[in-house]
Each structure stands twice: as structure tokens, then as C-alpha cells.
Write a protein that binds this ligand. Structure first.
Ligand code: NAD
Ligand code: UGA
Length: 466
């Protein structure tokens, strides 16, 4: 029989581990929560005044609990050994090598965690998969754990995380549901009892392990599919004088479709949508279902098309050349209210504009120069296998980073708005217009400025899907 949980260890102090454990610590003052990571710098940041991730409301919670029942530490083994429940919340990126490269999830880090738990544990522990994992990973985790050094015993649960970045704290405080998959009723109950401190019982869903694992990939696939679907329609809107926002509102008011996640954009980004769909595609192929694989792969292909289409439209509109033109890039994060740039549409738009030899001046309120340059170097290196001298020079000579929207737009031929930061809609556009070359093109990849009548105020204004 499992006793109430007193000590939790979470392996992985990332975008998921940090905020989720901070929320558990806040809601359960009697549970000691330790978040561990092998990345010393990251742990030092969690212990400083400037947390490694920007997330509204997070700093307050961390400050409230840190030093009481919330600890960030690199003492991985000791923290595992002392815990009743161990969350695995490490990264599961797309494999870049070997079998399944470009599609399958790289489970190296998850497996290393399982082996380490098996090595250092004593007695009984509940191991919780928090990372997003391919269906049936728990089978491998259980087998690894069954070879414990000290005859420790384990229950394995799947508890995928559904928070979205930028709203992580809201999502954790008031989740639509918490999903817990497992075999042992006692272990499931122990985790239910943790969440039940603040989440209404009816929102705590319990399933078998495999349904839980698969629901996470499926949820992300459905969400991304909605974005690709409305983006596909946005292309048709541009060809037919329909307006994608009107179409979205019209279809979204059908309660069977619903209004959320129908915002046409320059393309979805973020560390998970593409990775998780590609993982789903790989799994379908692995289980001999090529038609199902192909169906889901279209969601990613449509997203790539949307990013390319945006650049093509810019180049065509600007008299078929952007070479040596200054283009202001407003926004580099993959969505507003986060400093996360992983798979941001902005990276791909910048890459393609650089290949057209445009001069980019980039501004994002939360992303610094070093991170921007690193992402651009990475995307060029990815394409060619390694970063060539010519691409390094291209980035060096053609990219500058500004400290404000206004600075970026100064003397620019065009602005490309790529992240929907609220501050972008609050600018003095008369001043921006004044400082730009004419015609002053503004390409709005988020339809953020659509209601400001910028066309009437002298801009050549283009959005998505109208
Ligand atoms: P992340 O890269 O921000 O953090 C993962 C952390 O794990 C890193 O700091 C890394 O150093 C650490 N780590 C890796 N191996 C380790 C080991 N053996 N021991 C100790 N620490 C180790 O990743 P993330 O964004 O937090 O995502 C984690 C998982 O959650 C992924 O599977 C992801 O798909 C899933 N997920 C992410 C989000 C999101 O919004 N980012 C939302 C839901 C689910
Ligand atoms: C997404 C899911 O929403 C979370 O439920 C999930 O936990 C998470 O992935 C994950 O597994 O990592 P996240 O990627 O943080 O969360 O952010 P979203 O709000 O889903 O946005 C993803 C991308 O889609 C962003 O680039 C966003 O701008 C874009 N998007 C979203 C649109 O273009 N249109 C929309 O209508 C919605």
C-alpha cells in the first residue's frame, strides 16, 4: 500500500519541470519538492532572481516556495534516493541520427533517468512519466526499473503535461484536465491525491498507461491540425477575397467546432507540435500503418508551406527582390509571453529572407542577441550538415539586433511582424511610418495590427488570409 506522498523529486528543470513542480510546491506545503538537473547553469538560474524561463506569474510562486519546500539542485542521486515519487521531465527531442532520424523521439535521456533511478533507489517508489513519450515507453521504463541494484520496487505512471508556454501558470492552476495513466490503483490514487489539493476531482482523468501516453501525442496532433487547417484556408482566402478571420469566426461559432485555436498565422512553432507529430508519424509507420502516418504528416507539411508562402508573398510584393533591403523583424519567440524560440516560425522566415540576401534587423522583447544568432546558425548548420563559412558570414553581415521596434524599423523597406507581442500594437505608427523607406511595407504574420487601419495611414499592409 502506498502512503501519502511526502517527498517528490523531478528530474529535468526545464519549461515543464520548473513550473509544474513550483505549482505542486505551492499547493502542497507539506510535500518537499526537489527539482534536479545535470545542467548546473540552469539550476543556478533557478536559484537566482532571473529564472531561466520567462513565464507570467512564475517568479512570484518560485520566490514564495524556494527555500521552504521547493529546492533546485544538481544533487540528482541523493534527491532520487530520498523521494517517494520521481517525475521524469527531461527533453525528448526528435532523433537526429540513426534509425528513425528526423521523426522518432530520442529517448536516450529518459532511459538514462530510468537507469539512474534503478541504480540508486531503495524500498518502493512511484516513477511518473511527465515527458511526452511514444506510446508503450512505460514498458521499457518498467523493464529497466525491474533491474534495480538494491531490490527496490516501482510503480510506473504516465502523467503527461498539457500546459502551454506563456500561460503555464494559469494552465497549471486551472487545468481542463489532469491525465493519469497506470496499472496500480494505489499508485494512481497517490498521484490523484497530490493534484486533488487544487484540481476538482472530475477533472482528474485516470486511464490505462497506453491511453495516457497516446493521448498526449494525439492532443498535440489535433491542436496543430487545427492551425494547419485554418492556415490552409488562409491561402485560399488570399486568392478569393474571403477573410480568414471572418471564416474562423463563422465556423468557430458552431459548437461542434469551437472558437479556439483557429487563429491563422505565419505557422506554428514551439518545441513540441512538430516533434510530437513526427513522432506519431514514426509510430504509425512502425506499427505498419503508412496511410495513417501520411495523414498526420500533412499537418507538418502544411506548416512548412505556410512559412515559405509568407516569405514568397513578401518577396513578390516588394517588386520581386529583397536583396540588400533592410527588413525589420518584430518578434523572434514562437508565441507571445515566452522567451522560448525553439522551432519558432521566425527562424525559418529569417533564414529564407537571408537566402534572398535581405538585411535583417531583429527585435524581440524577451529574446537576446546571442540566442537569436545561435538559432540562425543552428538552422543553417542543420540544412548543410555544418555551418559553412559563407553562411556564418551571411549571418554576420546581414543580421543586426535592435533594442526596440522603432530602432528595427528605422530606414527599413519593410516590417515583418512574426510574434504577437501586445506591445507591437501600441506603437506610434505615424512615427514608424515616418522613419521607414517608402512604400512602407508591413507584413503582419499574426494579423495583430489588422484593426489599426494601417493601410489608411500610409502603410502597404498585408496580413494572413485576406
Ligand atoms: P527542456 O529542454 O526545457 O528541459 C529538460 C531538462 O532536462 C533540461 O534542463 C536537461 O538538462 C534536463 N535533463 C536531461 N537529461 C537529464 C538527466 N539525465 N538528469 C537530469 N536532468 C536531465 O524540456 P521541456 O520543454 O521542459 O520538455 C520536457 C518534456 O515535456 C518533453 O518531453 C516535452 O515534449 C514535454 N512537454 C513540453 C511542454 C512545453 O511547453 N515545453 C509542454 C508539455 C510537454
Ligand atoms: C502546445 C499545446 O497547446 C499544449 O497543450 C502542450 O502541452 C504543449 O504544446 C506541449 O506539449 O509542448 P505551446 O506549444 O506552448 O503548447 O503553445 P500553443 O499555444 O499551443 O502554440 C503553439 C504554436 O501554434 C505557436 O507558435 C502559436 O503561435 C501557434 N498557434 C496557436 C497559431 O498559429 N494559431 C492558433 O490558433 C493557436
Amino acid at each position: 500500500k502506498t502512503h501519502p506522498i511526502r517527498r517528490i523529486c523531478c528530474i529535468g528543470a526545464g519549461y515543464v519541470g520548473g513550473p509544474t513542480m513550483a505549482m505542486i510546491a505551492k499547493q502542497c506545503p507539506d510535500i518537499d519538492v526537489r527539482v534536479v538537473d545535470i545542467n548546473e547553469h540552469r539550476i543556478a538560474q533557478w536559484n537566482s532572481d532571473t529564472l531561466p524561463i520567462y513565464e507570467p506569474g512564475l517568479t512570484e510562486i518560485v520566490q514564495q516556495c524556494r527555500g521552504k519546500n521547493l529546492t533546485f539542485t544538481t544533487a540528482v542521486e541523493e534527491s532520487i534516493r530520498n523521494a517517494d515519487m520521481v517525475f521524469i521531465s527531461v527533453n525528448t527531442p526528435t532523433k537526429t541520427f540513426g534509425v528513425g532520424a528526423g521523426r522518432a523521439a530520442n529517448l536516450e535521456f529518459v532511459e538514462k533517468c530510468a537507469r539512474q533511478i534503478a541504480d540508486v533507489s531503495e524500498g518502493h517508489k512511484i516513477v511518473v512519466e511527465k515527458s511526452t513519450l511514444p506510446v508503450r515507453t512505460a514498458e521499457a521504463v518498467k523493464r529497466i526499473l525491474s533491474n534495480s541494484n538494491n531490490n527496490a520496487t516501482f510503480d510506473v505512471l504516465s502523467n503527461p503535461e498539457f500546459l502551454a508556454e506563456g500561460t503555464a501558470i494559469e494552465d497549471l492552476l486551472d487545468p481542463d484536465r489532469v491525465l493519469i495513466g497506470g496499472e496500480s490503483p494505489d499508485a494512481i490514487q497517490a498521484l490523484v491525491d497530490v493534484y486533488a489539493r487544487w484540481v476538482p476531482r472530475e477533472r482528474l482523468l485516470t486511464t490505462n498507461l497506453w491511453s495516457s501516453e497516446l493521448s498526449k501525442l494525439t492532443a498535440n496532433a489535433f491542436l496543430a491540425q487545427r492551425v494547419s487547417s485554418i492556415n490552409a484556408i488562409s491561402a485560399l482566402c488570399e486568392a478569393t477575397e474571403a477573410d480568414v478571420d471572418e471564416v474562423a469566426a463563422a465556423i468557430g461559432s458552431d459548437s461542434r467546432i469551437g472558437p479556439k485555436f483557429l487563429k491563422a498565422s505565419v505557422g506554428f512553432g514551439g518545441s513540441c507540435f512538430q516533434k510530437d507529430i513526427l513522432n506519431l508519424v514514426y509510430l504509425c509507420e512502425y506499427f505498419g500503418l503508412p496511410e495513417v502516418a501520411e495523414y498526420w504528416e500533412q499537418v507538418v507539411k502544411m506548416n512548412d508551406f505556410q512559412k515559405k508562402r509568407f516569405v514568397t508573398r513578401m518577396v513578390r510584393t516588394m517588386f520581386n527582390t529583397v536583396s540588400d533591403k533592410k527588413i525589420a523583424i518584430w518578434g523572434f519567440a514562437f508565441k507571445k509571453d515566452t522567451n522560448d524560440t525553439r522551432e519558432s516560425a521566425s527562424i525559418y522566415v529569417c533564414r529564407d529572407l537571408l537566402l534572398e540576401k535581405a538585411r535583417l534587423c531583429i527585435y524581440d522583447p524577451r529574446v537576446g542577441e546571442q540566442q537569436i544568432r545561435q538559432e540562425l546558425e543552428y538552422v543553417f548548420a542543420e540544412a548543410d550538415g555544418e555551418l559553412s563559412d559563407s553562411k556564418r558570414r551571411l549571418i554576420h553581415d546581414h543580421v543586426t539586433v535592435a533594442v526596440s521596434c522603432e530602432e528595427a524599423a528605422e530606414q527599413a523597406h519593410a516590417v515583418a511582424l512574426l510574434t504577437e507581442w501586445d506591445e507591437f500594437a501600441k506603437l506610434d505608427f505615424a512615427k514608424v511610418l515616418d522613419s521607414m523607406k517608402k512604400p512602407a511595407f508591413l507584413f503582419d504574420g499574426r494579423n495583430k495590427l489588422k484593426n489599426l487601419d494601417l493601410a489608411k495611414k500610409g502603410f502597404e499592409y498585408y496580413g494572413i488570409g485576406f
